[in-house]
Design a protein around this ligand. Structure first.
Ligand code: ADP
Length: 191
């Protein structure tokens, strides 16, 4: 099975590239950001707790996120593989993912990190905020999300480096050009 972790800072284009990867490889998309926003929209207990944290640009607790992932894996046992988008975001989440997949005798095939300079991230997210009204896409919160990424999430790259599963991809240029770079990486690990 092909299991891809698509990794990168907020605004690096994970959502956009996920769609293209899913179309080409027929994977099941698991975005913890989307799952959390569904909980917020549904005004569930979890959603109410998560909203306050997301609005500050901080990370929701590992326990909650790992539980959501385990539920998704349970629901989708017959797919051809997963693309994890926005997860894992901490080393503990990476360990949690490894344990969860091991229960199915499975593992991550590759972790692809999209590399984009900070100024470009801020520009893209401000534009998205204007277009979609996403409440966490405003300058102060964007800056905090990038700081949180640099502090808590970057260490996840070292985790996959150690397992020789980390591939860095330049995340600037046209959407198709970036996709071509991603396909090159995936085709090397496929089968
Ligand atoms: P972005 O990558 O653009 O910040 P996401 O949709 O992935 O957007 O995440 C939005 C918010 O949801 C994050 O700022 C965080 O509060 C929360 N979140 C999403 N995924 C996770 C995760 N794996 N662990 C903890 N919090 C998460």
């Amino acid at each position: 099975m092909l299991h891809i972790v698509l990794f990168g800072p907020p605004g690096s284009g994970k959502g956009t590239q996920s769609e293209k990867i899913i179309e080409k490889y027929g994977l099941v998309h698991i975005s913890t950001g989307d799952l959390l926003r569904e909980e917020v929209a549904g005004q569930t207990e979890l959603g109410k707790k998560a909203k306050a944290i997301m609005d500050k640009g901080e990370l929701v607790s590992d326990d909650i996120v790992i539980r959501m992932i385990r539920n998704k894996l349970e629901e989708n046992q017959n797919g051809s593989g997963y693309i994890f988008d926005g997860f894992p975001r901490t080393v503990d989440q990476a360990r949690g993912l490894r344990k969860a997949l091991t229960d199915y005798d499975d593992r991550v095939s590759v972790m692809i990190s999209l590399e984009v300079p900070r100024e470009e991230l801020v520009k893209r997210l401000l534009k998205r905020g204007e277009e979609t009204g996403r409440t966490d896409d405003n300058l102060e919160i964007i800056n905090n999300r990038i700081d949180v990424y640099n502090r808590q999430t970057i260490p996840v790259t070292y985790y996959y480096d150690k397992m020789h599963k980390h591939a860095a991809v330049e995340g600037t240029g046209s959407v198709n050009k970036i996709f071509d770079r991603i396909v090159e990486v995936i085709d090397k690990v496929k089968d």
